[in-house]
Write a protein that binds this ligand. Structure first.
Ligand code: F42
Length: 144
């Protein structure tokens, strides 16, 4: 069981590799998914209290970012979804800049507006939503 403040890497090899590359190069610009840019969220585990690092697609608008709990259209939310609900104050790295943000889950028109931005930034999100009955959660990450 991790003690608090201990960084516990993702058990997913390809994700852990991308997180390691970002750490080694100092910038999220060193990794891409389908040539699209990525940001890195550092958060606290809802159950373990451990430090978790979660790369996501970069969706930015007016200085705020989105976090899309798509997990490729899987039937369940990614586990980090629960972390953001439990501990919404996280760190976001975009390029070489890292800054504190607060995650807020979106609903209704605000979610629809951000969803359009998400799909524009990474079109596969639209396909992921067709693969699952769950409404893919969208968080806005606002500087704090
Ligand atoms: C594999 C699993 O990860 P997950 O939190 O379910 O998230 C799955 C993926 O969404 C996550 O790997 C993303 O980084 C994948 N991913 C994207 N995932 C997305 O959902 N959306 C994206 O846009 C996205 C982009 C992306 C870009 C680059 C990249 O390298 C990865 C990308 C995991 O790390 N499990 C851990 C525990 C994770 C955790 O946070 N546990 C919490 C408890 C959480 C709970 O309460 O359930 C805790 O420690 O306390 C484990 O099994 O030990």
């Amino acid at each position: 069981m991790a003690t608090t403040d201990e960084y516990v890497p993702s058990p997913s090899d390809w994700v852990r590799d991308q997180v390691d590359t970002i750490a080694r190069t100092g910038t999220t610009d060193s990794v891409h998914i389908m040539e699209r840019p990525v940001v890195l969220l550092t958060m606290r585990g809802a159950k373990s209290g451990a430090i978790r690092k979660v790369p996501l697609m970069r969706v930015e608008h007016d200085g705020s970012f989105a976090a899309v709990a798509s997990q490729g259209g899987a039937p369940t939310h990614p586990q980090w979804y629960h972390n953001l609900l439990a501990h919404p104050d996280i760190e976001l790295q975009a390029g070489t800049d890292t800054f504190p943000v607060r995650a807020r889950e979106l609903e209704g028109d605000e979610r629809s507006q951000w969803w359009e931005r998400c799909v524009a930034a990474y079109p596969p999100y639209a396909e992921y939503q067709t693969k699952t009955d769950r409404l893919i959660p969208v968080f806005v990450l606002e500087r704090r």
